[in-house]
Design a protein around this ligand. Structure first.
Ligand code: SF4
Length: 432
């Protein structure tokens, strides 16, 4: 098999991993020889977003899509009838180096099927990263997947060469893992996250004492959760994310809407353990998750944003009575409409925490309000100039005692604000 075919197979096999938050590059790599010399964008290149919203290109591939495991939701599982291939370390190093030198990519996202003992697979990923760093003059970003079952010693080694590591939790409960991914266990995945956290603190501590200590995965660790392949509600997912952020200092939890298999041209890889979810895909006639799952994924990202930047606790976002996020309303507005007694917030007096609760006021605008208020009081106009989205905030604020709109009929407000997706959050949803 030539390198072009390998790239086509192994980039196609990697695209369902959302833990580098990539979008497709928009090209069609489905044909034979996806390594299209002369094409505008070579196969395997996808886009990711940095914390400051910058778009970067990554080569996103698997080392191998041969896998011993049988995870029902995965195109690479042992029982799937799909073409198989593997790179060699040299092939991958040359390919990455070449793409990097030509400015096609700024980084590499490398994962693999479990074709052998986890430590052997992990060693191949590490060898690729180490060779790139020490022999190819590669200075780009590297994100390596921690293969489930990898020992602490290899996680340490991987963190020396990579910018970010990620161990995918995949499903929200052990029960679902046992059912859909029987060879995986939550305990093993959490243990890898725990090893990462301890190593990260240890390296930081060492670096404080010994300046020459190398940095350990400076972009931290992340994970991916598949949404909709198992029956758990959003509350279970958000509670889990909250505890992962606190326990293992994860930088990001990525949510990936489950793509039903056996539909939209992906016939031959369906599995009876999966739910029968059908519906219009995001783009008609293209493979992808149904629209309702994409909406759910989007709301989970918004709720996640509330946890990380808006100082909400998981219990405030969802509870026993409402275990699912409202598909028609962003979670911050949904919270505000349920807690009208908290409002109105007086813009000229409220503290930062209270400002963050107002739909239409983001973290950046909140900080600007506090800063500007030191020298003068604010009007609705100045508030708009500072970045507040008044069409959302208007129902929940006063400026020196004046209202724009009072919430007299919450149902009307709900109708007006429904489906203005993400407007209250105002920040890029992805980073890498
Ligand atoms: S371990 Fe599971 S999710 Fe990972 S490649 Fe193998 S079958 Fe797919």
């Amino acid at each position: 098999m030539d390198l072009g075919e390998k790239v086509s197979i192994l980039s196609g096999a990697a695209k369902y991993d959302a833990s580098c938050a990539s979008s497709g590059s928009g090209h069609d790599d489905s044909g034979a020889g996806g390594f299209r010399f002369g094409a505008r964008t070579p196969a395997g290149i996808c886009h990711s977003w940095t914390e400051d919203g910058r778009c970067v290109s990554l080569l996103k591939v698997l080392y191998s899509n041969v896998c011993r495991f049988d995870c029902a939701y995965c195109v690479n599982r042992v029982s799937a009838d799909t073409p198989r291939s593997s790179f060699t370390v040299n092939e991958l190093v040359e390919l990455t180096g070449e793409f990097y030198r030509r400015n096609y990519i700024e980084g590499l996202f490398l994962s693999s099927g479990i074709f052998a003992d986890p430590d052997i697979v992990m060693e191949k990923l590490i060898e690729t990263a180490r060779t790139l760093r020490t022999e190819s003059g590669y200075g780009g970003y590297i994100h390596l997947k921690i293969i489930p079952g990898t020992g602490e010693k290899l996680i340490r080694e991987a963190g020396i060469w990579a910018d970010r590591l990620s161990a995918n939790i995949e499903l929200p409960t052990d029960k679902s893992l046992q059912y859909l991914a029987p060879q995986k266990s939550g305990k093993v995945i959490f243990s890898a996250m725990d090893d990462f956290s301890s190593l990260s603190s240890q390296f930081e501590e060492d670096r404080r004492r010994i300046k020459s200590t190398p940095s350990f995965a400076p972009a931290g660790q992340s994970t991916q959760l598949i949404v909709g392949a198992s029956a758990e509600d959003d509350r279970t997912i958000i509670n889990l994310s909250d505890s992962l952020y606190h326990k293992f200092s994860l930088r990001r939890v990525y949510y990936s809407a489950f793509t039903p298999v056996g539909v939209n041209g992906r016939a031959g890889i369906s599995d009876p353990r999966l739910p029968d979810i059908s519906g219009p895909p995001q783009v008609l006639d293209q493979a992808g998750p149904p629209r309702q799952l994409l909406t759910r994924e989007h709301r989970l990202y918004q709720a996640d944003w509330l946890l990380r930047f808006y100082h909400f606790s998981a219990g405030e976002i969802l509870d026993d009575e409402s275990p699912f996020l409202d598909p028609h309303l962003d979670p911050k507005t949904a919270w505000a409409l349920k807690h009208l007694d908290f409002f109105p917030v007086e813009i000229n007096r409220a503290d930062y925490e209270a400002l963050l609760r107002v739909p239409g006021i983001g973290a950046k605008t909140g900080r600007r309000i506090i800063e500007t208020r030191r020298s003068r009081s604010l009007s609705f106009d100045s508030l708009r100039r500072l970045g507040a989205v008044l069409k959302r905030a208007r129902y929940f604020i006063t400026c020196s005692g004046s209202f724009i709109d009072k919430v007299e009929d919450p149902k009307r407000i709900r109708r007006v604000l429904a489906d203005q997706d993400g407007a209250g959050l105002q920040l890029p949803l992805f980073e890498f």
